[in-house]
Write a protein that binds this ligand. Structure first.
Ligand code: MN
Ligand code: MN
Length: 438
């Protein structure tokens, strides 16, 4: 309950990948982690971190064993499904000003209409100044919303498939409704919004092209259930893993194997880009560590370190939903409140795309958790041929290391209000800590 209270505040504040990394850096520095770039030779017990473009991060506690024995890694992702403003978002129609969006990641579009949305992001002005922006989180702030069609006129819409009921180009946020007084202005309502942005932030319309603004649910995380056993919040996939991994690594005494926490971006859209798991960020970090620890560093040392490493891919899984039991194999589904979930494989349609964890590695993690009283369960993502999904596990496995998916089970995954069980959050934290310290 105490850990969950801290988590509730974290998940309410960390609504974008940038905000998550900012909070992680703050906590890391508070706990004595220093930027790797500033370090010379590293010795056991030293704590370092590095970030890339404010969107991904790696932390390490240097172990007492030689680095070539491999690292113990827990890796999570910091991005979550959301609606991104388009580069030219603002337009006027029917006497209203609106922002156009492009959804990010796997969303069910109908879940994002008729709810209060906040805008979070950065705008880079013409002179290079970077302005951070959060509108809609304070009780006195205005919010944004996408109005759905009233049922009275929704005859055609209601006949459509759920995937087509709300269109991608229909995800437009209400942004204003008062015209400017200036008789000569072309689009008077749009001008009101532009005038506001100029007055409050000094923005010109063109500044929105060099910006990343994300529309996210404007509500805070809340306790769910009369017994307060659960937490409902936006972005728990996968920031629940980020939080629990962070809490685990900052408390770690000097381990035998060097312990690494990895927080990457872009998992929800395929781990692409220079802040995603496909990028060189992680291997560069390990190389930067190695060159500061091994007197005779070479490429073969890097390859050995990576191949001898072992990793938990810290990501959420789906819990058995009492409203939808038919999509799960009940004998292999994770249950809310039954502990952290070990997922041997993800993938879809014949295990395609998964990094299937080896029995030996499942055995090692199981033994470790059992020895240290970590309550865990085995889970799979749904029935065979029901669908599926993936994590960053297969991109860690590329280096030759052993990896298994391990995380918290959710109800309503990818929705604006995902639900997790506090006991599972606590056991994820315990599990990651045991794994990093082993
Ligand atoms: Mn995830
Ligand atoms: Mn996801």
């Amino acid at each position: 309950m105490n850990l969950a209270e801290e988590y509730r505040r974290f998940i309410t504040a960390a609504k974008t990948e940038r905000e998550t990394i900012d909070l992680a850096v703050m906590l890391a520095e508070e706990k004595g982690f220093v930027p790797l770039e500033k370090c010379g030779t590293l010795r056991p017990g030293e704590r370092v971190f590095t970030t890339c473009r404010g969107k991904c991060m790696a932390m390490a506690v240097i172990g007492s064993e030689t680095l070539e024995n491999g690292l113990s890694i827990v890796g999570a992702h910091v991005d979550s499904p959301r609606l991104d403003l388009k580069p030219r978002p603002l337009y006027e129609e029917a006497g209203l000003a609106l922002f156009k969006t492009h959804y990010y990641g796997g969303v069910k579009k109908y879940q994002w209409v008729d709810i209060p949305l906040a805008l979070h992001g950065v705008v880079v002005k013409e002179d290079g100044q970077i302005v951070k922006l959060v509108i809609g989180e304070k009780e006195t702030d205005p919010v944004f919303t996408i109005a759905d069609l009233l049922p009275h006129l929704a005859k055609d819409q209601m006949e459509k498939k759920m995937s087509e009921g709300i269109s991608g180009e229909g995800l437009n946020l209400l942004a204003g409704g008062v015209p400017v007084a200036d008789e000569g202005a072309q689009e008077k309502i749009k001008q009101t919004v532009l005038d506001y942005l100029n007055r409050e932030y000094g923005f010109q319309e063109e500044d929105l092209i060099s910006a990343e603004i994300e529309a996210v649910p404007a509500w805070p995380a809340r306790d769910v259930g009369l017994d307060r056993s659960m937490i409902g919040a936006y972005g728990q996939d996968d920031r629940v893993s980020v939080f629990t991994t962070l809490k685990a690594i900052v408390q770690l005494p000097t381990p035998l194997r060097t312990a690494v926490a990895l927080f990457v971006d872009k998992e929800e859209i395929g781990s692409v880009g220079n802040t995603g798991m496909y990028s060189a960020f992680f291997t560069n970090f390990v190389a930067e560590l190695a060159v500061r620890i091994l007197p005779q560093y070479s490429e073969i040392s890097l390859r050995r370190i990576l191949a001898h490493s072992r990793a938990l891919s810290a990501d959420v899984n789906a819990a058995l939903d009492p409203n939808y039991p038919d999509v799960m194999d009940k004998f292999n589904a994770a249950r809310l409140g039954h502990g952290v979930v070990l997922t041997k494989y993800t993938g879809s349609g014949g295990k395609k795309g998964t990094s299937d964890a080896h029995a030996e590695f499942m055995g090692l993690v199981r033994r470790l958790f059992n020895q240290h009283g970590v309550v865990w369960q085995s889970g799979l993502l749904g029935k065979v041929d029901q669908g599926g999904g993936g994590t960053i596990a297969y991109l860690l496995a590329v280096h030759g290391m052993d990896v298994v998916d391990c995380g918290v089970a959710l109800l309503g995954m990818h929705s604006p209000f995902e639900v997790a069980h506090k006991a599972d959050i606590y056991m994820a934290y315990r599990g990651y800590r045991v794994f990093l310290g082993a």
